[in-house]
Ligand binder design. Structure first.
Ligand code: PRX
Length: 675
């Protein structure tokens, strides 16, 4: 992996920013925290692996207890809570009904301030999930089937997920902002017979028609040889279908029309083995094809629950708001599964946080009494840059705030702490990934001091390590960066990549497996794909991806996916995507292309290139700039040197280019980009 295109060389440059600046949690927080016993941390030492994870398993309600916490006999296909049986929807809903049926599960806040909020109690959720599960069952959905859900941020999204879980069907949620083509790719790979969508939704003050994407997805899936049998269409305003896309007879079903027949219906939850998959979530990797990350029922759910309890410190009386989209892993683990499993009250906000103005988050926090606030560095940066924000005019108190998804600059961290958190909220900087199911590195909020810009140590039960490219451990405090890996298995980790176990093994275990024949988990560290540094205090600072993945506003995009979208245009000869620094979004894609002989650069062509990306993936992958250049810098073996292009875009030292096959082109490109 460490060829000239990786950013490992950049990560090796030590960045010492305010290395020793610490902040302590306030005494009032410590007194009330779920995890406040420092002695309890000792239980989680590596010598006690895997037994310490039993405690996490006990947070769930099991139909049948497990016989064995961990089965490592077939590395790296670990099995957890073997023999145990449970249902995820029962754990997220039914088990709370006896005591908390009237407690709010979700507050749904529509983007338009004039539209009233919806309060969904655990009893309401129970009713809606059962009715929808009954409908799915009548359409033939059964245990093990895959169901693709392409919905915006509405309550119908967790309802659909939990209805699948009740039936033992595997949901595959596609982020609402992805295009119809991207949805089709995921439908085909997962072989879903049912697609769940919505007519449209509000975002950024506009009505966005969404059902059109379902039509594209079904058509494109058909072209690829897969037939979607049913498209279930929710209406944003039930009873009023609003979309340019007409309903297709025999295929599309308006949920609101048929659900009347299911009023009061109950569905017996299917008792699943702990190891049965709960869901797939497609994410970007080093190839042009997103991979279906497969998460288990028992292992994943107990990990999301335990981390929500220990790190987010969610307690029964808290009101919790995570601003992520449920279409990404953060929303799965920390809006749906973790908080519901703990019986919490949380917020689903439909739209953009700056609508109608940048004070919206504070007005929502004030109205609902939100006291745990979960967001990303990009959102924090955009609040910081916004005109007229006045958190001081709103009455709210955050006991804990979360940052996730990208490295946060210490400066931005401090602003978050002082201005949004009012010097009273504890911040957890949580580092993790789609594949890991839940947090890996973070401070334990009542026990560890905070250090701006550093995620913290491994959370209880997680033992990270940094390796250099040769597999040697890099010592704490050495100031050198390397690949962050996890020494031990944990039960939130992906089970495999859907239909591609070889890719699973090679991507996460290929580089650092000490002995492929070994049956000992010690020989199989998990490689995350991030560069990181370990300070002498045991805190990890995450430096960014070392592979062909870029992180735009906390959203993960594959450079190869974007490049393959562009290469579908006949006029384009070669394409290279790089991560360019952006003050707001951390990084954004910039695209360099060379054209086929005889093709003349034009604005029209650049626009077509951008349109191809938006159609194939979605607006989040839109490049900030398309540079049409005479040729791309290449090694003598023909490898495109993206690192050089990134240095030009980011105005950094380019280094020696004399060994390139075409060194002269570097100058030409430099002249174009930085005249
Ligand atoms: O590079 C790391 C970055 O986001 C990547 C994972 O992206 P995704 O699978 O979409 O999941 C995002 C939400 C967990 C990681 O490989 N990342 C995530 N959290 C942090 C982070 N980088 C720095 N600090 C974080 N707290």
């Amino acid at each position: 992996m460490a060829d000239d295109n990786t950013r490992i060389s950049e990560t090796e440059i030590a960045v010492h920013w305010h290395e020793e600046e610490y902040y302590s949690p306030p005494e009032s927080f410590i007194q009330q925290a779920n995890f406040r016993d420092a002695d309890a941390l000792r239980k989680f030492e590596l010598d006690n692996f895997p037994d310490y994870f039993a405690e996490y398993g006990h947070l769930l309600q099991w139909d049948r207890p497990w016989d064995q916490v961990f089965d490592g006999s077939n590395p790296p296909f670990w099995k957890w809570f073997v023999g145990g049986k449970l249902n995820a929807s029962v754990n997220c809903i039914d088990r709370h009904l006896a005591k908390n049926r009237n407690k709010t599960a979700f507050y749904f806040i529509p983007e338009r301030p004039e539209e009233p909020k919806q309060v969904v109690t655990y009893q309401d959720l129970f009713v809606r999930v059962n009715e929808f599960a009954a409908l799915l069952r009548d359409l033939g959905v059964k245990q093990g089937d895959r169901v693709t859900i392409h919905l915006p941020m509405v309550v119908e999204l967790p309802v659909a997920m939990l209805a699948c879980a009740r039936l033992g069907a595997i949901h595959s949620v596609v982020f609402g902002g992805f295009s119809g083509q991207a949805c089709a790719d995921r439908i085909v790979d997962s072989e879903s017979d049912v697609l769940i969508t919505m007519d449209g939704y509000y975002r950024g003050g506009k009505w966005l028609s969404h059902k059109d994407k379902a039509d594209i997805a079904v058509d494109k899936a058909k072209e690829a040889g897969h037939i979607v049998k049913h498209v279930l269409v929710f209406e944003r305003h039930p009873g009023t279908y609003t979309s340019n896309a007409p309903l297709v007879a025999g295929r599309d079903i308006l949920v609101n029309d048929v659900i009347q027949q299911y009023r009061g219906r109950r569905v017996e939850p299917v008792s699943m083995r702990a190891e049965d998959p709960l869901f797939l979530m497609y994410t970007s990797g080093s190839t042009g094809k997103p991979k279906g990350v497969q998460h288990s029922t028992g292992g994943y759910l107990s990990y999301a629950t335990a981390t929500s309890k220990n790190i987010l410190d969610i307690q029964p009386e808290d009101v919790y708001w995570c601003m992520a989209d449920i279409g990404w892993i953060t929303g799965h683990s920390y809006i749906v599964y973790g908080p519901l499993s703990l019986g919490a009250s949380s917020v689903i906000y439909e739209g953009v946080p700056s609508y109608p103005d940048a004070n919206r988050p504070f007005s929502i926090a004030e109205e609902l009494g939100v006291n745990i606030f979960h967001t990303s560095p990009t959102a924090i940066r955009s609040l910081r840059m916004a005109q007229n924000i006045a958190p001081q005019n709103y009455q709210y108190h955050f006991k804990l705030m979360v940052t996730v998804g990208e490295p946060i600059e210490p400066d931005v961290w401090r602003w978050y702490y002082h201005v949004i958190g009012r010097d009273e909220a504890v911040i957890v900087d949580t580092w993790w990934q789609t594949e890991t199911g839940g947090f890996l590195c973070s401070t334990v909020p009542a026990l560890d001091k905070m250090k701006p810009g550093s995620a913290g140590p491994g959370i209880p039960g997680i033992h990270p390590v940094i390796y250099d490219d040769e597999g040697h451990e890099i010592a704490a405090g050495s100031g050198r960066g390397g690949n962050i890996c996890i020494r031990n298995p944990w039960h939130g980790a992906l089970q495999t990549i859907w239909k591609d176990p070889n890719r699973f093994v090679s991507t996460y275990y290929g580089k650092y497996c000490k002995n492929p024949e070994s049956k000992d988990w010690h020989d199989w560290p998990y490689m995350a794909g991030d560069g990181a540094m370990l300070a002498s205090d045991g805190y990890f600072r995450i430096l960014g991806r070392i592979d062909d993945v870029i992180n735009v506003a906390g959203h993960r995009l594959g450079t190869k996916e974007i490049e393959s979208a562009v290469l579908k245009l006949d006029d384009v000869a070669e394409a290279a995507v790089i991560a360019a620094h952006d003050d707001m979004k951390g990084t954004v894609p910039e695209l360099y292309v060379s054209l086929q002989p005889g093709v003349v650069p034009s604005d029209e062509l650049s626009a077509r290139i951008v349109a191809a990306i938006v159609t194939e993936i979605g607006p989040i992958a839109r490049p900030r700039k398309v540079w049409i250049v005479p040729d791309l810098p290449k090694t003598r073996s023909g490898k495109i040197m993206r690192r050089i292009l990134a240095s030009i875009s980011n105005n950094k030292e380019i280094g020696d280019v004399t060994t390139l096959a075409n060194p002269e082109v570097v100058d030409t490109i430099h002249q174009m980009v930085r005249p």
